[in-house]
Structures are given as C-alpha cells and as structure tokens.
Design a protein around this ligand. Structure first.
Ligand code: ADP
Length: 182
C-alpha cells in the first residue's frame, strides 16, 4: 500500500526526486542552517529553483534544528518551498523531538499559507546520518498525529530517492495507519 486516506487527507509514499513534484503546492527542503545550496535534497532544490531562491533565503538564515521557514519556489514547478533544518544525528539532541518538530512546523507553515499539497523528503537521513527506519517512524507518526487538525492540507507525499527507502516508508505508513484505525 503506497497511500492511506485519513480524515480526508491522503498520505502517500512514492519514489522520485523532490525537485520534480510539479503537482504539489509546496516541497520541503532538507536544508542546512544557512539555507544555502548544498548536497542531497538542498542541492537538487536549489539547482532547480535557481539563484533567486538562495537570495530570498539570505534574510531568513540561520535557522535552528527543528525550525522551518517558507519562501517562494522560483524556478521550481511549485508555489512554495518550506525549508527545515533536521537534527544532525548524534549531535543535536533530543534528536527524535527535533525531527518531529520539523514535520510539525512545516505543516503549520503549510496551513498558514493555505497550501493543499506538500511533498517531504526523508529529513536528516542523508548527510545528517539519522538511521532511516527510526526517522521514518517519527516522520510518519508526527504526520498522522497532525492529520486530524489539518484544514487546508489535503495531500501529503513522502518522496524517497531509493526503492528500498520507499518500501520501508510504505510499510511503516501501513503499520501506523492500521494502529489508528483499530
Ligand atoms: P539531511 O542533510 O537532512 O540528512 P540530505 O539531503 O543529505 O538531508 O538527505 C535526506 C534524504 O533525502 C536522504 O535519504 C537522501 O537519500 C534523500 N535524497 C537526496 N536527494 C534527493 C532528491 N533529489 N529527492 C528526494 N530525496 C533525496
């Protein structure tokens, strides 16, 4: 099962590139504190958006672990980018609640901007070293906990780079959604 519908909100886990989600209002950037172009997700997003994105980000930086800020999408095929700084695993503590804050704060910003659809990457699981399965559990649990209070956001998509990462997220989604329904 790659998607679930709960309280009128579709939560989906797909394989793909976060910088190529043209049907979504917003994409989330796994940002660095300075909101600069980097590797991984931040590199893909900034390359696709063009230099105007870094320029807009300049006055918003630096951000703290768990924090999120919103900008325009520039050359990306979306309306907004939400930039979040995940915890560096083994360094920023408590890592689990900081990672949960990323997802909660991103959804709060999405609601404030009347965003209906938002795509997330697996924040902190690349250069920041957060092990994938615990990160997936925190991310999906936080999202499922928030779903009942969402009024604008109707579609939340996880975009995973690899097939194995996508399968893991889909399995965790199924497990957590089943627990809610029971
Ligand atoms: P962080 O610094 O928060 O760990 P990274 O960008 O290094 O962020 O990686 C976060 C996750 O995103 C990793 O699982 C990585 O494999 C994945 N990833 C990297 N590039 C992309 C992309 N273009 N689209 C979707 N996921 C990506």
């Amino acid at each position: 099962m790659t998607h679930r519908r709960l309280h009128g909100v579709t939560v989906q886990c797909t394989q793909g590139d976060i910088a190529n989600q043209p049907d979504m209002d917003a994409v989330v950037n796994a940002a660095n504190a300075q909101l600069r172009i980097g590797g991984g997700v931040a590199g893909a997003i900034h390359r696709a958006a063009g230099p105007g994105l870094e320029e807009e980000c300049r006055s918003l930086a630096p951000i703290r672990p768990g924090q999120a800020v919103i900008t325009g999408a520039h050359g990306l095929p979306n309306r907004h980018v939400i930039h979040c700084l995940g915890p560096v695993y083994g360094q920023d503590e408590p890592a689990d609640s900081l990672l949960a804050s990323c997802y909660r704060n991103s959804l709060d910003l999405a609601e404030q901007a009347a965003i209906q659809s938002i795509a997330f990457p697996a924040i902190s699981t690349g250069a920041f070293g957060y092990p994938l399965e615990p990160a997936a559990r925190i991310a999906l649990k936080t999202i499922l906990d928030e779903v009942p209070r969402l009024s604008s956001v109707r579609h939340i998509r996880f975009v995973l780079f690899g097939a194995a990462d996508q399968r893991l997220h889909a399995q965790v989604l199924e497990e957590l959604a089943d627990q809610i329904i029971k």
